[in-house]
Design a protein around this ligand. Structure first.
Ligand SMILES: Cc1cc2nc3c(=O)[nH]c(=O)nc-3n(C[C@H](O)[C@H](O)[C@H](O)COP(=O)(O)OP(=O)(O)OC[C@H]3O[C@@H](n4cnc5c(N)ncnc54)[C@H](O)[C@@H]3O)c2cc1C
Length: 434
């Protein structure tokens, strides 16, 4: 089965169409094979190119490279994620381990854009965790205590300030963290494709159908050819489970988002001409909403269990209506017809929100499951899994491996039933914030 995604995503439409696209049409052999060309796979390929310049590396993707979740996300490079406060030092310690990984993720992306002079609309403007519900103050105060203990600069803001900064009267309370970065996810991943080293060959529109390890070689079959490789890295994130990889430890979730056209000067004035900003919800199923540097509004307010291979146009259109309502609630003065594109994307989750980073078997490696932090953590994990697979060590690997490991998930149909019930519960809790 092939990954066929909708082709309407403003981030992708902003970029020049690619021309140098090669599909696998014959049988090949290589030293290294990477499955999946998003932030993780491309970062692994770049690092392997650097570590083993004389070895043949192949990276292959079902669709066009980078055009999965890596181009379809909301563009928050996060330093922290929200929690409801901690009751024990052990919990605080675990949160710190996670934050240490986010920090390394930010450093990895920063280093990449500096080294290759990448323009991806980088803006160190921080991010808001915001709510219209004043009762969420308690959650934000607890979170503030956690951030203070760990030395993260932040402050709590109320309606009047928020109205000025965000151009909407919707939010009554927010916590602003200084460390978050906003960027253009499509430009970032496109740069990762453009700088692939010479010994790396990229094949696209070529889906891995099945794979098998035979003694020291791994045989991979695609529609129009096969690849025999000595070592393999799986970087398919939301599609790990459908390839049978760590299938009792991760599951895919489908998200949808919409983006408006740029606001006209008059429309922009009507909302008070705010600077670029990004809001994350206090309740997990609330809306992520962002004002881009070129005055577009992005909103993501759905997360669901869905077939990860395709979302039909009619289902996507229904999600788009929810997003138009979400924008209207926050900006009633703007016209109704300003949404320019709506798209879906697949992320991978684990039960305890921990990531996967490991050697599955001799010469078989996996990295994935970042939930909403894949821009930084995917870039970091891609580079570091390449180092691990080359039998090298690094301080980053030690930090990554100090985290909690993903916990076991129940089999189907109990798994989907459990996830759907949880999502429904969270949706009800966040109903005013969608
Ligand atoms: C709407 C949305 C909003 C998000 N917002 C944020 C955010 O603000 N900040 C953040 O950090 N993260 C965010 N994320 C998550 C982030 O996009 C992902 O964590 C990140 O893209 C993961 O990168 P990756 O390279 O591991 O996976 P992907 O980008 O998903 O790449 C995996 C690739 O594997 C390919 N593949 C799958 N199966 C096969 C196969 N059988 N054969 C060959 N190739 C295959 C796919 O085509 C895909 O290109 C968001 C995601 C979505 C969808």
């Amino acid at each position: 089965m092939e990954v066929t995604n909708d082709n309407s995503c403003s981030w992708i439409n902003d970029l020049n169409p690619r021309t140098n696209i090669t599909t696998l049409q014959s049988d090949k052999e290589c030293e290294w094979l990477i499955i999946g060309a998003g932030y993780t796979g491309l970062s692994a390929a770049r690092k392997l190119g650097e570590l083993c310049p004389n070895k043949q590396v192949i990276i292959i993707d079902s669709q066009l490279a980078g055009e999965g979740a890596s181009s379809r996300n909301s563009g928050y490079l996060v330093d922290t994620t929200l929690n409801d406060g901690f009751t024990s030092n052990k919990e605080l310690e675990n949160y710190k381990k996670k934050a240490d990984i986010y920090k390394l993720g930010i450093e990895a992306v920063k280093k990449f854009i500096k080294q290759f002079q990448v323009d991806c609309d980088w803006n160190e403007c921080g991010k808001y965790f915001a709510s219209s519900n004043e009762e969420d103050k308690k959650i934000l105060q607890n979170f503030s205590e956690t951030l203070s203990k760990l030395g993260f600069e932040h402050n709590i803001l109320f309606n009047k300030d928020l109205r000025k900064r965000l151009g909407t009267n919707f939010y009554n309370i927010a916590l602003h963290t200084k460390g978050g970065i906003l960027l253009h996810p499509g430009k970032l991943v496109r740069a990762m494709i453009d700088v692939l080293p010479e010994n790396v060959n990229l094949y696209e529109n070529s889906s891995l159908l099945n794979w098998k390890k035979n003694n020291s070689m791994i045989n991979c079959n695609f529609k129009n050819g096969s690849i025999k490789t000595k070592k393999i890295i799986f970087a398919t994130n939301g599609f790990l489970k459908s390839l049978g990889i760590k299938k009792n430890y991760n599951f895919p979730i489908t998200l949808t988002a919409s983006m408006t056209r740029s606001l006209t000067d008059k429309e922009f004035r009507s909302i008070g001409e705010p600077r670029e900003w990004g809001v994350l919800p206090v309740k997990p199923m609330g809306a992520t909403i962002r004002m881009t540097k070129d005055k577009r509004i992005l909103i993501r307010n759905t997360a669901e269990v869905h077939n990860p291979y395709k979302m039909s146009k009619s289902v996507l259109d229904k999600r788009s209506i929810k997003q138009k309502i979400g924008i209207k609630k926050r900006f009633p003065q703007l016209p109704d017809d300003i949404v320019q594109s709506t798209w879906s994307g697949i992320v991978s989750r684990t039960r305890n929100s921990s990531q996967i980073f490991e050697k599955l078997d001799d010469n078989i490696f996996i990295a994935g499951c970042y939930n909403g932090s894949g821009i930084g953590v995917g870039t970091l994990f891609g580079e570091q899994i390449a180092i691990k697979a080359s039998n090298e060590q690094s301080k980053e690997i030690r930090t990554i491996e100090a985290r909690n490991k993903p916990t076991w998930l129940p089999p189907q149909p109990f798994l989907n039933l459990g996830i759907k019930t949880r999502l429904l519960y969270e949706r009800i809790r966040a109903r005013s914030e969608i």
